[in-house]
Design a protein around this ligand. Structure first.
Ligand SMILES: Cc1cc2nc3c(=O)[nH]c(=O)nc-3n(C[C@H](O)[C@H](O)[C@H](O)COP(=O)(O)OP(=O)(O)OC[C@H]3O[C@@H](n4cnc5c(N)ncnc54)[C@H](O)[C@@H]3O)c2cc1C
Length: 339
């Protein structure tokens, strides 16, 4: 219920206006987003690569309905691709069709996206298309197949285990030979299209993971859920699947301990690093995944308030994942920044 409430807020313009103006929300976002600029992103990529982690970089933004904004998003991706290429970083990019102009028109989308795909292809960089809410799934897969038919091979999609249709989509992507990132799914979906119960989502995930590992092309197993990570490890050991044939994927700022442990065991781990000013819906989806994060946020709000100062509780508090992640929200002061 609480999770659905937060997902509702992620789509609400009123809540967005209210919350993005709050310094604490901005500071909180730094837990999940290293900053707003390309330099902030590149710093985080270098750091991750230094720890043996691969990266997929995401410029935050979705549901763009204005041509200039969609072109500006593509330009930012071109800059990111140049930096990755020039600095020899181990990184790809993740982007959303709706950020590139999917809601504007198809010809514009193809032209805008074509610039990014061409630059990425020239530099040998992989482009992943994130999956959005269920209203976009068919359109996203259609747009993906059009690009595939046009001959692009440096591209891959995301499929969500909570959707009832996903087994069919996995089979189709395996037939094409396209790379899939499998995740649970982060949006508020009705029971007609999505499984609601966590146990059933996990069971779907395990079945789809097994099909992808057996028949797919270098799938990305995207989860921080230890049960699913363990199920994947058991499966690849049992089937004798080479660690070079797949990768784990996790989000920046979440379960760094697990990311590091898998790297030490010889598995490839890719971290999704988002950056940019449009951090609000991304933050709300992350809060919805772990309601303890909200408690941490409220606790920090009280600490920063005159009441907290009065009662002397302004000492740094423990974030919900402090001990496991070693990743606390890095405060930049009250003017802090994509929190
Ligand atoms: C690389 C990557 C790319 C993704 N791309 C997409 C996409 O394109 N479309 C889409 O719909 N979804 C995407 N997601 C989100 C995904 O669908 C889930 O919402 C998200 O991964 C949480 O599910 P989980 O499997 O990690 O398990 P959960 O059961 O949510 O989490 C397991 C454990 O991980 C830790 N954890 C998880 N999330 C958080 C958090 N926010 N803060 C702190 N700790 C946390 C906690 O310890 C928790 O107990 C992506 C996820 C990843 C990792």
């Amino acid at each position: 219920m609480f999770r659905r409430g937060l997902l509702y807020l992620s789509e609400s313009h009123g809540a967005k206006k209210l919350l993005t103006g709050t310094p604490l929300t901005r500071t909180m976002s730094l837990r999940f987003v290293p900053g707003e600029t390309v330099d902030d992103l590149i710093g985080a990529v270098r750091e991750a690569n230094g720890q043996g982690l691969k990266v997929t970089a995401n410029y935050l933004g979705e549901a763009v309905t204005n041509r200039q904004q969609a072109q500006a998003a593509a330009d930012t991706y071109l800059e990111v691709l140049d930096r990755i290429d020039r600095e020899g970083l181990d990184a790809g990019v993740s982007l959303k069709f709706t950020q590139m102009g999917q809601d504007i028109d198809d010809a514009f989308l193809r032209e805008n996206l074509g610039r990014v795909l061409q630059r990425a292809d020239d530099a040998g960089i992989f482009v992943r298309f994130d999956m959005e809410g269920s209203a976009y799934v068919q359109r996203t897969l259609d747009a993906f197949e059009t690009l595939w038919r046009d001959g692009w091979r440096n591209i891959g999609v995301v499929l969500q285990a909570y959707l009832k249709r996903t087994a069919g989509d996995v089979a189709r992507m395996n037939e094409l030979g396209a790379r899939v990132r499998l995740c649970k799914g982060a949006y508020r979906e009705p029971p007609e299209v999505a499984v609601q119960e966590m146990g059933a989502i996990r069971r779907n995930f395990v079945e789809l993971m097994q099909v992808l590992l057996r028949e797919g092309v270098r799938p990305g197993i995207a989860t921080h859920d230890e049960r699913l990570v363990d199920a994947t490890l058991r499966f690849v050991r049992r089937e004798g699947i080479d660690p070079g044939r797949f990768e784990f994927q996790m989000l920046y700022g979440v379960r760094r301990d697990l990311q590091q442990r898998l790297v030490e065991q010889g598995y490839a781990v890719r971290v999704y690093v988002p950056f940019g000013e449009k951090w609000y819906p991304y933050l709300m989806r992350r809060l919805a995944e772990r309601p303890e994060n909200v408690a941490f946020m409220v606790e920090s709000m009280v600490k920063d308030s005159p009441l907290g100062v009065l009662f002397g509780s302004s000492a740094p508090g423990a974030g919900p994942d402090r001990t496991r992640d070693g990743a606390r929200s890095r405060s930049r002061g009250s003017g802090g920044s994509h929190g």
